[in-house]
Write a protein that binds this ligand. Structure first.
Ligand code: AMP
Ligand code: MG
Length: 331
């Protein structure tokens, strides 16, 4: 079975094509285009306009790279939520149009679950991980338990990527700020005290963001502030991930989301895993960030498990929670 997946929850628009061959997940193409606001954060309508402008070309490019014909596509999958309404609607509209014109079934999938499933699908040894999903808007620790992907911990305010981007914007960096903060942090050597907010299994970043901005106003060395932001937030993320692993008795950890590109975060989580005798996994970068391939793969898993969606019922859901999905395709 071959599925074309369209991802459009926020600033990225992606089209990926996956072939499912003897239950193996083969990525035939995965084309991504990122909307970069000239200033400020993501404006939902501007992002959606960006997606609408580029989507047709991305679909063609993805088909070309995959080397398949439109008539070889068996299924169209799209990101149903969570995300920004205008962006979700743009991706969903394109998916419906393709489904109707190609006369192929449509599937709507949960974006966060797709981040986890693409890890399981493409990394051979990764079977039952705890996912630390760190992106711009989302920050969740997710694992499978009793028929669903349960959220064991999550941010109570902003996502970790959003925290880094907001601080970056304050100091005059361009979006995305995470990689630039990572570079600055490498030159930091003095730890500045910052709020370490874990509440139960959840986490919060806004107090730390304010405190970091205050350090900046007091002319503390920028490299040290960035270093301290990374050390504090990543340690807290690693802690709640480890607690979820201990609670669920799982011995695999998977990273996902754009912030998973960060070497310091990888090193911390890797070290934690090693100390517990657990295995550590990160998908390739284009499968870590928001991408159409993961949407296509989850579409295949759901379709092959007998799940069906009518075009007229293919609504988007901005608040589509990870634990609303019945994960019937897993044992
Ligand atoms: P996503 O929402 O999953 O597409 O990821 C985008 C987020 O990842 C943005 O907030 C970026 O600033 C952040 N990001 C990307 N690369 C890095 C990095 N190397 N270190 C930290 N954050 C990063
Ligand atoms: Mg994402």
């Amino acid at each position: 079975m071959i599925c074309l997946g369209i991802e459009g929850t926020a600033h990225s628009i992606g089209v990926g094509i996956i072939e499912n061959n003897r239950r193996k997940c083969i990525v035939l193409s995965n084309i991504i285009k990122i909307y970069r606001p000239k200033q400020g954060g993501i404006h939902p309508r501007e992002a959606a306009n960006h997606h609408a402008i580029h989507l047709a070309d991305l679909i063609k490019e993805s088909i070309n790279v995959a080397g398949v014909d439109f008539n070889k596509i068996d299924l169209i999958s799209f990101s149903q939520g969570p995300g920004l309404g205008p962006c979700l609607r743009t991706a969903a509209t394109a998916a419906r149009a393709l489904s109707l014109s190609l006369k192929k079934p449509i599937m709507g999938v949960n974006h966060c679950v797709a981040h986890l499933e693409i890890g399981r699908g493409t990394l051979d040894e990764c079977k039952d991980p705890v996912l630390l999903y760190t992106s711009g808007a989302n920050t969740q620790v997710i694992a499978f338990a009793e028929g669903k992907y349960r959220v064991f911990g999550e941010t109570l305010d902003i996502g970790i990527g959003n925290c880094l981007d907001k601080f970056g914007r304050k100091i005059g960096l361009e979006f995305p700020c995470g990689p630039k903060i990572e570079k600055l942090a490498e030159k930091g050597n003095q730890y500045l005290e910052l709020p370490y907010s874990i509440k139960g299994m959840d986490i919060a970043f806004s107090g730390l963001l304010t405190a970091s901005e205050q350090y900046y106003q007091k002319n503390k060395r920028l490299e040290d502030i960035c270093f301290s932001i990374q050390e504090t937030t990543f340690a807290a993320l690693t802690e709640i991930t480890e607690r979820a692993m201990a609670h669920t008795d799982k011995d695999e950890v998977l990273l996902g989301g754009g912030v998973a590109s960060n070497k310091r975060l990888r090193d911390m989580v890797h070290k934690m895993a090693e100390d517990r005798g657990a295995r550590f996994f990160v998908p390739s970068k284009d499968l870590c960030i928001d991408n159409g391939a993961m949407i296509a793969w989850l579409g295949i898993l759901m379709y092959n498990n007998g799940i069906r969606l009518k075009v007229e019922e293919s609504y988007i859901d901005q608040r589509f929670r990870t634990d609303m999905v019945d994960v019937s395709w897993r044992d």
